[in-house]
Write a protein that binds this ligand. Structure first.
Ligand code: SF4
Length: 241
């Protein structure tokens, strides 16, 4: 069965075709505190040079469709807390909204990883989502430096507004490569998030493995964090991926 064949028979639950690059059956790290499977949806409009899933930036990287995902989920009812839609950028596919609703109907909690590129779709899916991991990649006016795409800061800021207004459980996460973000940038991001009411922030040290290799193999350490910024959050974590 090709992806497109599977997509054609995959409209259960009101969802349309999905283009999925892979499924991780069990994960305890993609949704902190939950045992979840992760569906990696193919396609992303941005081109962050630190992308760990750059193979999935193209939709034609998909090898699975919604039929396979929901067959997998139906076989694991009661064994998993939830499903995380990740990517790529899952909201690049409008049909992920119906898929999240259907996963809920099957009894799964729904998590979402998003870069914030599609704020209108994010607003539409939030009623079917229990937790969001939202990338905050840079100070809003410096966003394109990281995404290598034009006009991205206002989209990401609108996405953060949508998540905060929906009052859904969320984690903001920032990947830090020293060539892309300075210590002052990290401090500015942290202060802005705290002022907006974000309570959980994770700073993720750049990891070279799995990227396209376009950035120098340099990283940051907990001691590089600007003083006092982590204290602005109820929950802060410095992650060494
Ligand atoms: S937004 Fe995410 S998936 Fe898209 S290029 Fe950036 S890191 Fe990769």
């Amino acid at each position: 069965m090709t992806v497109h064949d599977s997509a054609a028979v995959s409209s259960r639950g009101g969802g349309g075709p999905l283009y999925i690059g892979g499924i991780t059956p069990f994960s305890t790290v993609d949704w902190p505190g939950r045992l979840a499977c992760v569906a990696f949806l193919a396609g992303c409009p941005w081109r962050c040079p630190y992308c760990q899933n750059h193979i999935l930036q193209a939709r034609d990287a998909a090898t699975l469709g919604a039929e396979e995902l929901f067959s997998f989920l139906e076989a694991r009812r009661g064994l998993l807390d939830g499903v995380v839609f990740s990517g790529g950028e899952p909201l690049a596919q409008e049909d992920v909204i119906g898929a999240a609703q259907h996963a809920r109907e099957l009894g799964f909690a729904v998590g979402l990883h998003t870069c914030g590129a599609f704020p209108a779709r994010l607003r539409a899916i939030l009623p079917s989502v229990d937790w969001v991991g939202l990338d905050v990649k840079a100070p809003w006016d410096a966003y394109d430096r990281v995404t290598l795409a034009p006009g991205t800061g206002p989209l990401a800021r609108a996405s953060l507004d949508a998540v905060l207004e929906a009052d859904v459980d969320m984690e903001a996460r920032t990947t830090w490569h020293p060539a892309l973000l300075s210590q002052d940038d990290i401090a500015a991001i942290g202060r802005d998030l705290a002022a907006r009411g974000v309570r959980t922030w994770a700073v993720q040290a750049y990891r070279h493995t799995g990227t396209d290799g376009s950035l120098p193999n340099e990283t940051v350490f907990p001691s590089d964090m600007p003083a006092g910024v982590a204290d602005l959050f109820e929950h802060f974590e410095f992650r060494r991926a």
